[in-house]
Write a protein that binds this ligand. Structure first.
Ligand code: GLY
Ligand code: MN
Ligand code: MN
Length: 451
């Protein structure tokens, strides 16, 4: 495991061989009184060190080929209240560093290490804390941040093993919700089933607050209230993921609160499912992610035409963005130490070949992990917006669309490894099914058990 992080440091040093790199990790943030927010390490720091403790620093010296980890010096007060924290020798073994020192030695060590360097690459936190120690002409954080995104986008074997475990536990937690949710329960009870399954499997952090949205709440893209009652006849949308050693999973399943989809729910769900499966089939290295997004817009527009909500030429519905009234987000995003990971701006910058804005435009490479998550939603704020109603009066059947208000939304999301040949789906649909018949089988058995 330590090799994982020392290899990341080596890659970074080979790309920034002309300068000294200094990163400060995260610090605890006080919530109130003596209580801190739960600490989660900065993702770049985690990528290069694997160290989950707060108040650490990292000095990478490519000329001398050394990495030094600085940890906080713990006093008796800290030990009384917070317990044991590994010391220097233990950190050397635990995290595989050649050198480990206390943070109060950083100025002295940095002074020595600076000799022979004209360039310095601090991260933003190091710049904030140690600017005086670095002879900087300009603020060079962007170059380091961009390179780290670029490196982090390509997952190696060790990272994939961590992501696979995060994905497996997340899929089992979704299945637990599908197995145990029932009418009358509150959304937070369903959330507790998911969150506690992750914690109970040893994953202490979720990658983001779980979205557990029944009925119309499914139309709120980042719904977080999670307090409504689950009603028979509604859909339940669960978008949630745990992280393992910082590496995230991000899975969405939508299923009936009762035993079966209604015919209308089935139609909408089938459109989203076919779109999701088609986008997964299309995934390959070299593909521009913008094309993937437009493919999803096209399939969803066709589907909405088939159920009478859109009308007109499909290309026009995509180019005018009429379909975005029902699909206001992207097809997916990179996934890694952050649930929305970057691709690295400068190396992978691509032109958006389409006339309308698309947020995630990158050429897909083997080693990327990407989510594929099309959805359809019936959102009052979009469908009743007077400007949009005027603009799309000839393409959206608003009188019919209005009748869909209250339906909520359907999203289906899996996590995929892009590789040569077919992608590897890290989300095991045998564990948390997405096919209509399989979902209904699970729900039927679930509600038989609970009745
Ligand atoms: N869970 C947020 C997203 O799917 O992007
Ligand atoms: Mn998600
Ligand atoms: Mn996602």
């Amino acid at each position: 495991m330590n090799n994982l992080y020392s290899n990341h440091r080596k890659s970074l040093m080979s790309r920034l061989s002309d300068g000294l790199t200094l990163l400060s990790g995260g610090a605890e943030v006080l919530r109130n009184g003596d209580v801190s927010h739960p600490f989660r390490q900065d993702s770049d720091f985690l990528y290069l060190s694997g160290v989950g403790e707060p108040n650490c620093h990292l000095l990478l010296d490519p000329k001398r080929r050394t990495s030094t980890l600085f940890i906080q010096r713990i006093d008796a007060h800290h030990k009384v209240w917070e317990g044991y924290v590994p010391g220097l020798a233990e950190c050397r073994k635990l995290y595989g560093f050649e050198r480990v020192a206390y943070s109060d030695e950083l100025p002295k060590r940095l002074k020595k290490a600076k000799k022979g360097y004209r360039k310095f690459y601090p991260n933003i936190a190091a710049l904030a804390k140690h600017a005086k120690l670095l002879p900087l002409k300009k603020k060079p954080c962007l170059e380091l941040a961009d390179l780290l995104q670029e490196l982090r986008a390509l997952k190696d074997e060790g990272e994939l093993a961590l992501m696979k475990k995060a994905g497996d536990i997340t899929a089992r937690a979704h299945r637990r919700v599908m197995d145990q949710a029932r009418p009358g329960m509150r959304e937070y009870e369903a959330q507790a089933l998911f969150d506690s399954a992750c914690l109970g499997s040893g994953l202490k952090h979720l990658a983001f607050p779980s979205i557990v949205a029944a009925g119309n709440n499914g139309a709120v893209l980042h719904y977080r209230k999670n307090d409504a009652v689950l009603k028979n006849g509604e859909l339940l949308l669960v978008d949630a993921g745990a992280e393992h050693n910082g590496y995230a999973a991000d899975i969405t399943r939508t299923f009936p609160v009762g035993r079966r989809f209604t015919p209308l729910q089935r139609d909408v769900y089938a459109i989203v499912l076919e779109t999701q499966k088609s986008c997964i089939e299309m995934l390959r290295p070299g593909l521009n992610s913008a094309e993937l997004h437009v493919h999803s817009m096209t399939m969803l527009a066709d589907g909405l035409k088939s159920i009478g909500l859109l009308t007109g030429d499909t290309t026009g519905l995509v180019e005018s963005e009429a379909v975005r009234l029902f699909y206001p987000h992207g097809i997916g995003h990179l996934l890694g130490l952050d649930v929305h990971d970057g691709a690295g701006g400068s190396k992978r910058k691509l032109e958006n070949p389409f006339k309308f804005p698309i947020r995630f435009v990158a050429k897909l490479e083997p080693g990327f992990v990407i989510t594929i998550e099309p959805g359809l939603y019936f959102i009052e704020a979009l469908l009743n917006d007077p400007k949009k109603r005027a603009k799309y009066k000839n393409s959206v059947r608003f009188s019919k669309a209005e009748k869909m208000l209250g339906f909520g939304g359907v999203r289906i999301e899996d996590d995929l490894l892009v590789r040569n040949g077919a992608p590897l789906n890290l989300t095991d649909s045998r564990v948390c099914p997405k096919e209509i018949a399989q979902i209904e089988d699970v729900r039927r058995a679930a509600l038989c058990r609970s009745s």
